[in-house]
Design a protein around this ligand. Structure first.
Ligand SMILES: O=C(O)c1ccccc1N[C@@H]1O[C@H](COP(=O)(O)O)[C@@H](O)[C@H]1O
Length: 499
């Protein structure tokens, strides 16, 4: 059987590797790394109602070479952008053409957790996985007995690594349960004859308790396959070949997930240069944000007026012929055009302030022609109510989140919109830091999600949090400057995944 051959080759490989890197040294290096990881692989696999582990795989014994051209880092980055929960990386060299460098480089590049996919028969390989940056290892029931599975799973736990324990039939599922697995994967491929039957994981699902993460592996290809898993209480799919053969992995994952049935509003914040306006107009977000608070993105009232006027002018020029053809071109300026075409919706403008007075807020909003003011300071409910009495512009309240209670405290606020951002001791916003979105799991009011949103996490943000809108600032910058290419890429991702 092929598995016996792989295990024999693995024994030889591990022996050779031990000659090159002494087990004592590898163990010491692994033990020197933090073990209080919080098991990000497991956390990620529970984050959404359905999650994908996407595999970086060059070849397999059953299919031969899958990817002649193998830009493994680009593939991994694309999986992250697409919204994969985790990435599986083959390190087995003889049969799967894997390599430790794939794991090392991918783990140090992406922010999502990485699984070492290999044939683990020796503790040495678990220490290696830790040193190479993995968050999880694969343990295969067909290669190990229950005492060894248990010992390896416990060792992985002690290092802060999760174990995906793979089974193929009833007996092996029982072995996985007996070794205390918290994640059980059922391989739909029979390693004896390579036949694939997606129903295999469905058939074995009921043998595993609900509190164990259940992964269906191999042979999955279509949205219908995924629906079958969902219908049978299976929340994770591990897929390799299907993704490897897809030229556009973002589109592929969106297709497998199916429609989101909503499109979040998008606010692009911290626009401070007229040069950026064409990219914003082309991207067509719902809101453009201008920062009036002290910040590297701060604009004066005069600069803001120019930016808003330029935005409306360029927007009208670009879209009026399509969206308001009757009056296109007759108005003298953009303000006049908007007045003459009340149904023509340009990009709305939001001013970002920290602890500004009510009078100043009203004056600036009028002068700049803002549609909303976003309050990022210590403004309380009484302040918001006082402000709302003096202006018709929308009032948004930004709240820094450390716990669910921080959001809950604002549930009854009279603010027109709540915006949740990452907590920072010294900064009021624009930090590029992400907070724990699970704090918003129970929050039942529309809100804007901010804080470190970028192209690599927006797909998961939309699918996991389903916010009313997404607010992005540093995520569309390079070296602190707004980047037209990032604005474009971000927009394409949101359009591809949310519809
Ligand atoms: O962007 C700023 O410089 C800023 C300064 C002061 C208050 C708020 C600010 N920006 C807001 O911060 C969040 C998150 O931004 P990021 O994507 O994490 O960089 C967003 O709401 C901005 O409007």
């Amino acid at each position: 059987m092929i598995l016996d051959k792989i295990v024999e080759a693995t024994k030889i490989r591990v022996a050779q590797e031990k000659e090159v890197e002494m087990p004592k040294a590898v163990k010491a290096a692994a033990l020197a790394l933090p073990s209080d990881t919080g098991f990000p692989f497991e956390v990620a696999l529970r984050q959404q109602d359905f999650n994908f582990i996407c595999e970086v795989k060059k070849a397999s014994p059953s299919k031969g070479i899958i990817a002649e051209h193998f830009p493994y880092l680009d593939i991994a980055k694309e999986y992250e952008v697409a919204g994969a929960a985790a990435i599986s990386v083959l390190t087995e060299p003889d049969f799967f053409k894997g390599d430790k460098k794939y794991l090392q480089e991918i783990a140090s590049t992406v922010k999502i957790p990485v699984l070492r996919k290999d044939f683990i028969i020796d503790e040495y390989q678990i220490y290696q996985a830790k040193v190479w940056g993995a968050s999880a290892i694969l343990l295969i029931c067909a290669c190990l007995d229950v005492p060894t599975l248990t010992k390896f799973r416990e060792l992985a736990d002690s290092l802060g690594l999760s174990s995906l324990v793979e089974a193929h039939d009833e007996k092996e599922v029982q072995m996985a349960i007996d070794c205390g697995a918290r994640i059980i994967g059922v391989n739909n491929r029979n390693l004896k004859d390579f036949t694939v039957d997606v129903q295999n994981s469905v058939r074995l699902r009921n043998l595993v308790q609900d509190d164990v993460i259940f992964v269906s592996e191999s042979g999955l290809e279509t949205p219908e396959d995924i629906q079958v898993l969902r219908d049978n209480n299976i929340g994770v799919a591990l897929m390799g070949e299907t993704f490897m053969r897809s030229p556009n992995k973002v589109e592929k994952l969106a297709y497998l997930y199916g429609p989101t049935y909503y499109t979040p509003k998008v606010k692009m914040c911290g626009i401070s240069k007229v040069d950026t306006i064409p990219a914003v107009v082309e991207a067509k977000p719902n809101y453009m944000g201008l920062v009036f608070a002290p910040s590297k993105r701060q604009v004066t009232v005069d600069q803001a007026k120019t930016l808003v006027e330029e935005l409306h002018k360029q927007y009208a020029k670009t879209y009026s012929a399509v969206e308001a053809p009757m009056n296109a071109g007759t108005a003298q300026d953009s303000k006049e055009f908007v007045q003459e075409n009340p149904n023509f919706e340009s990009i709305k403008t939001v001013g970002v302030f920290v602890n500004e007075t009510v009078d100043n807020l009203v004056a600036i909003a009028n002068e700049v022609n803002l549609d909303a003011v976003q309050l990022h300071g210590d403004e309380d409910e009484a302040f918001i109510q006082a402000l709302k009495e003096k202006t018709d512009v929308e009032v948004w309240k930004a709240v820094q989140i450390r716990s669910a209670a921080d959001a809950e405290a604002w549930i009854d606020s009279s603010a027109d919109m709540l915006l949740f951002d990452a907590y920072h001791k010294d900064e009021r916003g624009g930090t590029g830091e992400v907070f724990d979105w699970s704090c918003l799991d129970e929050f039942e009011r529309p809100f804007m999600l901010a804080g470190g949103i970028d192209s690599t996490n927006v797909a998961r943000a939309i699918r996991t949090v389903r916010p009313y809108g997404i607010d992005i600032s540093s995520g569309i910058e390079t070296d602190g400057v707004k980047d037209d290419e990032k604005i474009k890429a971000f927009t394409n991702i949101v359009r591809t995944i949310a519809h």
